[in-house]
Design a protein around this ligand. Structure first.
Ligand code: C2E
Ligand code: MG
Ligand code: MG
Ligand code: MG
Length: 279
């Protein structure tokens, strides 16, 4: 939206901009059609107990299979879904899809795991997020303690009226709330006690400094200790190497997620892992 507003007036004198605007509009139109054409799908990235290798849960990650471009990264299209408000419909679809998948795994007799779903700030601005969550829970039959909702600090900073209350309601229902990408935003410590979090997800930019920056390592250690002293579970994101896993284990970090442990995968690709429950 903002992009168009600033670009459009100049489109008359700059053919390059004109082309870009048209491309942007086309991209939006394609995203509109993607839902009904069933081009969205979810991949799931496991989260493991770092000490035992036991699977703790999976994070649902959205993908778009574009007929020509192929698989498009969420980094490219989530911002557009947010700007256009399409995230409300796509968010509803994906909550439903993720919980139905959790249900299928339960019915297959796999050990119970937590299904983590990302929420955009925009979804809190509508008035039916709670209803969407309740509907997805009741149609799937998944219990509230088997879902985790990931939010980022940008939600808390925006300070929509009702956000705190909604998060508290979800927490009282037994749903876990995770603070995603911790360490990249304001990382204001007041949020940690003002909002009902169960989990802090430490951003991968911190994990990638392991072995390279003593200062960042000290910060990482501080974050883990702080989280632990607040009785929060800590998930380290973006673990790519065994050295990183060992380092985090040494810091007493509970849980990890990353390409070095397991990449995000389609449900059928995860079955062997889910059957045993161990990495
Ligand atoms: P996020 O929620 O922080 O998700 C973690 C991202 O890090 C995922 O990228 C994942 O594939 C990637 N990742 C995991 N392990 C590693 C690693 O070891 N190294 C590296 N380099 N990357 C790793 P993805 O799937 O491209 O998602 C990017 C972001 O898009 C997500 O960040 C989230 O903010 C957003 N997103 C994805 N799916 C959804 C969704 O269903 N709803 C909403 N609202 N946002 C979503
Ligand atoms: Mg996430
Ligand atoms: Mg993250
Ligand atoms: Mg991220």
């Amino acid at each position: 939206q903002a992009q168009q507003q600033t670009d459009l007036p100049y489109a008359f004198c700059d053919p390059g901009t004109d082309a870009r605007v048209r491309e942007q509009l086309e991209f939006e139109a394609e995203l509109h059609r993607a839902l009904e054409r069933e081009e969205f799908f979810l991949v799931y990235q496991p989260q493991f107990d770092l000490a035992t290798g036991r699977i703790r849960g999976v994070e649902a990650l959205l993908r778009w299979r574009h007929p020509i471009r192929g698989i498009v990264s969420p980094a490219q299209f989530i911002p557009v879904l947010e700007q256009t408000g399409l995230i409300l419909q796509v968010g509803e679809w994906l909550l439903q899809a993720a919980l139905m998948q959790a249900r299928q795994w339960q019915q297959a007799g796999f050990p119970p795991l937590c299904m983590a779903v990302n929420l955009s700030p925009r979804q809190f601005q509508g008035n039916n997020l709670l209803t969407q969550i309740e509907t997805a829970l009741s149609t799937s039959g998944v219990k509230t303690d088997q879902i985790e909702l990931e939010v980022t600090e940008s939600l808390l900073v925006e300070d929509f009226p009702g956000t705190l209350q909604l998060l508290q309601t979800l927490e009282q229902m037994g749903i876990k709330i995770a603070l995603d990408d911790f360490g990249t935003g304001y990382s204001a410590l007041t949020y940690l006690h003002a909002f009902p979090f169960h989990v802090i997800k430490i951003d991968r930019s911190f994990v990638s400094t392991i072995g390279h920056s003593p200062k960042s390592e000290a910060l990482l250690q501080g974050i883990v200790q702080l989280g632990k002293s607040l009785q929060l579970e800590i998930i380290a994101e973006g673990i790519e190497t065994e050295a990183q896993r060992q380092h985090l284990l040494g810091l007493n970090c509970d849980t990890g997620q990353g390409f070095g442990l397991c990449r995000p995968k389609l449900p059928h690709e995860l079955e062997a892992l889910l059957k045993t429950g161990y990495l």
